[in-house]
Design a protein around this ligand. Structure first.
Ligand code: DC
Length: 225
């Protein structure tokens, strides 16, 4: 039997990636955190394509996109992101990457470049991709689509704890500002904006634990299968 293709979209820090990872493990699927790919390109830009005024030089980034090789590798049971052979899993969570990733993700050249990588992995089925435009653009024919949301206060609390656990120095005000601004840019951009697909199931997990969200999603998959 063909394994399903699942799309999980939603706002920043709604737990998309960690929830997708658990579901992937339980259903024996491959998981791709597509936000990490946009973060990987942003990290490349910050280290290779800067202007004198410390802003990203987008035309230079577009010229160098074909030098970028991003791959997920299994490190001690966790999928970690490698840029041209170097593990950048920690670097892509830095404040500098978070502050610039929405600008990079707005660019059509970048989105086109990453579209192929994302679709390729889904061709054989048995995948769960999480991001912002998976149900609307990357995999419009996915078997199951979910859209996650939660209050901005709860999302701030979650992101702050995540950054603290990674020993990344920040405070809650900064985290809330970054989240709100990113959601705004992601929702208002022209190319593939953050939007719930018409046929996606909406889940507000403000008052749900990670496990409760996972169980809810698995419940839908069981009912719909
Ligand atoms: O999920 P995340 O916070 O790591 O994503 C980082 C950024 O990447 C997010 O602000 C928007 C962008 N993104 C996107 O535009 N499309 C996706 N499919 C995934 C992420």
């Amino acid at each position: 039997m063909r394994k399903p293709v699942i799309a999980i979209d939603g706002y920043s820090s709604t737990g998309k990636s960690s929830i997708s990872k658990i579901i992937a493990r339980q259903l024996g699927l491959v998981h791709m955190d597509t936000g990490a790919l946009y973060r990987g390109i942003t990290y490349f830009a910050l280290t290779h394509c800067m202007n004198g005024d410390a802003a990203i030089n987008l035309p230079k980034l577009f010229l160098h996109l074909n030098e970028i090789n991003l791959e997920f590798r299994n490190v001690d049971g966790e999928l970690e992101l490698f840029l041209n052979g170097r593990n950048i899993s920690k670097e892509i969570r830095s404040n500098a990457v978070s502050a610039n990733v929405s600008l990079v993700a707005c660019q059509k050249e970048v989105r086109d470049f990453l579209l192929g990588i994302q679709r390729e992995i889904a061709t054989k089925g048995g995948v769960i991709l999480d991001g912002r435009d998976i149900g609307t653009v990357v995999l419009p024919d996915a078997d199951y689509k979910f859209f996650l949301t939660a209050s901005v206060e709860e999302r701030t609390r979650r992101r702050f704890l995540e950054l603290k656990s990674l020993a990344i120095d920040t405070d809650e005000d900064q985290v809330m500002q970054n989240l709100t601004l990113r959601d705004q840019i992601d929702s208002e951009r022209e190319v593939a904006p953050l939007r719930k697909a018409d046929d996606a199931i909406l889940i507000d997990n403000t008052n749900l634990t990670k496990k409760e969200t996972v169980d809810l999603i698995l419940g839908y998959i069981n009912v719909l299968t």
